[in-house]
Design a protein around this ligand. Sequence first.
Ligand code: ADP
Ligand code: ADP
Length: 231
Amino acid sequence: MNAIQASELCYTYEDGTVALDHISFAAQRGKITGILGANGAGKSTLFLSLNGVLTPKSGQVLLAGQPVRYDKKGLLELRCRVGIVFQDPDDQLFSADVYRDVSFGAVNLGLPPEEVRRRVEAALERTGVSDLRDKPTHALSYGQKKRVAIAGVLVMEPEVLILDEPTAGLDPQGVSDVMKLLLDLRDSLGMTILIATHDMDIVPLYCDYAYLLGGGKVLLEGTPEELFAQP
Ligand code: ADP
Ligand code: ADP
């Protein structure tokens, strides 16, 4: 079952740059799908189109088999169901302390306080930052900030979790911590995870399937074994 899929997606920026040129892909439920490609390949534009920050010029996105609508109601729903973790956690963390940062999205949804508390506790626990809850966000290490940013998206309980370069800027221990967290989300919650990366080392270790983008097109797709097979 595909949690999210796109067919023939196109996006052109106002200056005429064609960023997505008839991209089709599918991410299976409960799997980690890698979106690979050099800078400028179209990865960020694709992700922003999948959660409705950008509206594709043509083509279709299907979420759990249903076409996404880009009207006001459709977009609100989309932003809850498809969560994005940006590359730089400083783009995502604004509050005075970790607890408030993680609760922000859930409070914004207008959930009852008890439900907010339950979700925040679960997200802090799962991302391993419970002990940091009272810390000012700016006092955290980069790796800790990454995990807090992920927690802040998990409180929305999205069906699809998208991460832009989740390992960028992390030391080997930080990379392994973040990737193990993603494996845990996949394996214990059955989450569907999409990661954009140009870190080829993580693909065979952590991705179930991957797409290689270039120039706004899908150049190759397959399992890591298929993609990295010697010709
Ligand atoms: P990636 O995430 O793979 O690095 P992007 O989606 O950011 O790729 O970029 C795809 C193409 O769109 C590139 O040619 C990039 O220069 C261009 N692009 C990205 N953002 C903008 C923008 N705001 N305005 C114009 N062109 C952009
Ligand atoms: P249970 O069947 O016991 O509810 P789950 O695996 O569904 O177990 O959930 C375990 C915990 O993870 C719960 O506290 C739940 O709120 C939380 N949880 C479930 N789905 C998500 C999700 N998509 N994002 C974040 N947290 C979630």
